[in-house]
Design a protein around this ligand. Structure first.
Ligand SMILES: [Zn+2]
Length: 213
């Protein structure tokens, strides 16, 4: 089962990815996680990526491709994977097709979660994150401990600049513009399935499963 999850920031891709991971027993690979991992491990790619991020630049396609390619070669990907946050551009999607086809593999589905903008804004402005390990919290449903430190690693939990309401609208616009070509790319190859994200977590999961099976 080789899957890609698409959806604007805040649609609940992370949660759905985790549920799929449990159900199919395949790893969920998020770009944020693997970037953090290579940076923490100071691999050559990690050192390069960190330099881009430090200077406020996007990590270029070629470097992201390289990092994802290495990650997909891990043994745990033998029975498949769920990609979250990758591919983000058509060139990345083409690269992914290329590396899969080298092993005579293809993607099974690209799941696009759609949701109302206002719900995203409400969700994201309640989000908090541990800058060190990436653990997510929600001020309404899953707040960080009272002392404001991460339950996993003990570092400080913060609200990212990105999750402030004034910047969320902008992020959604950017995401839409950026992802439209990607959606069209996967639609034309018949892989794209649309899921209504204006629903509770369990129901969204059920809908995804029924689309898969
Ligand atoms: Zn932490």
């Amino acid at each position: 089962m080789r899957l890609v999850l698409l959806g604007a920031p805040g649609v609940g891709k992370g949660v759905q990815g985790n549920l799929l991971k449990e159900r199919y027993n395949i790893p969920k690979i998020s770009t944020g996680d693997i970037l953090r991992e290579v940076i923490n491990n100071k691999t050559p790619e990690g050192i390069e990526a960190e330099a881009f991020l430090r200077s406020g630049k996007l990590v270029p396609d070629s470097l992201i491709n390289n990092i994802v390619n290495k990650r997909l070669k891990n043994d745990d990907c033998e029975n498949g994977f769920i990609l979250d946050g990758y591919p983000r551009t058509v060139p990345q999607a083409e690269f992914l097709n290329e590396i899969l086809s080298k092993n005579s593999e293809t993607l099974d589905k690209v799941i696009n979660i759609e949701i109302d903008e206002n719900i995203i804004i409400k969700r994201l402005s309640n989000r908090r994150i541990c800058l060190s390990c990436g653990e997510l919290y929600n001020m309404l449903t899953d707040p960080p401990p009272e002392d404001g430190v991460c339950r996993v690693c003990g570092e400080k939990v913060i609200q990212r600049e990105d999750d402030k309401p004034e910047t969320i609208k902008n992020r959604i616009e950017v995401y839409k513009k950026e992802t439209q070509p990607l959606k069209e790319f996967y639609e034309s190859s018949g892989l794209l399935v649309e899921v209504d994200g204006n629903n509770d977590i369990r129901n969204i999961h059920k809908n995804i499963i029924s689309l898969m099976e």
